[in-house]
Design a binder for this molecule. Sequence first.
Ligand code: ATP
Ligand code: MG
Length: 406
Amino acid sequence: MDFLLPAPVLRALDMLEEGGFSAYVVGGCVRDWVLGIPPHDFDICTAATPEEMKEIFKGERTIETGIKHGTLTVLMENEPLEITTFRLDGDYLDGRHPSSVSFTRKVEEDLSRRDFTMNAMAYSPKDGLIDPFGGQKDCRDEIIRCVGEPERRFQEDALRILRALRFSARLGFPIEEATVRAIGRLKENLEKISKERIAVELTGLLQGRYAREILMDFAPVIVSVIPELAQADPVLWESMLSSLAHLPREPLYGWTALLNSCSTAPAVCADTARRILRNLKMPLKLIEGAGELIAWRDADLQPHRMQKMLMHLGPERLSQLLFWREAEKPGAYEKSRTRMEELLRENACYSLAQLAVNGKEMAALGLRGAQIGAALNMLLEQVVDGSLPNERQALIHYISRHAPCD
Ligand code: ATP
Ligand code: MG
């Protein structure tokens, strides 16, 4: 069966072959093709050195950021393609990266440094599938297996431990036995791995269809990268596991669900979650989101509270909170969501910007500085409670009688 490759990829392979260098698509895209999953990007590897590639692609726009490691990015019909020289890793002395890399002309050598058999296949229209480690068979048998001796491969780069978990969480394939044993023995080596690399793999794991199974079977590995989870509350941990399958597969929900089990006190838990995520160098938006969702996890979300909740959280966060809480109790918040949507459609007032008065009018009443903000907030609370209508006259009248003091 032929692998249907996008035109820019075929063109790059052709140009390299015409220049006298073998060239293949490699890694994730070949695995996905063998598994019948549409690949999301195409990595190319070749016998050509970076200098030779530059010569071949001199008519195209190229970006040289990865050139030290043998990677040239070529903009082929506006499609950025990463093309990497076949590489052989030297010794791994620090448990995370090779102390040297050298280029090779043999694709099999490049494949031998790759992590799992299913990721160690290459393909070209000219040579077909190159599969020296039985990747196709392992894909068929649905098993995740290291290329070579698992213990050695994890000693070289402990990140591969988390990568095995991520692929297993995504595909639902079990990890081969000797590989599981090596994971158990070497998980502490993950300490040597940079937070950024750990975060990428964990985020991928949490979004996997089978994340629940992996978190159940490999909890000690997760604890070795997030020690705070050693004291996870068992009840919260269980509800996290059961919620995962119902949550949208987005990093925010996965991380919120996972870190929600850190403590039974929401405020403490939110602080711990923010600290963990900061430490993992996660994007600020995710840190704030997960922290806020956890802090508000016990909020009363009945329909009549929706306007108030909109005031506290805004529409986006409240909607996320409903999704998340709903995943633990399917169907429980349908009416609340309907109510929230109704309020938004009606343009109900839940924020200072929507109030029928503003700071200028407060100043005209003689209020100054912090008093103005305090007055507006007081009015907003009254409007959201339904004690006052959101009408200019009514609000001014109210504040002229109840002006806040400093
Ligand atoms: P995805 O579809 O999630 O991108 P992928 O297999 O393409 O999966 P990448 O992280 O993009 O994963 O890596 C590309 C390829 O590089 C892998 O398929 C594998 O061959 C190789 N690789 C990546 N990281 C490692 C590693 N730590 N050790 C060995 N080989 C690796
Ligand atoms: Mg990839």
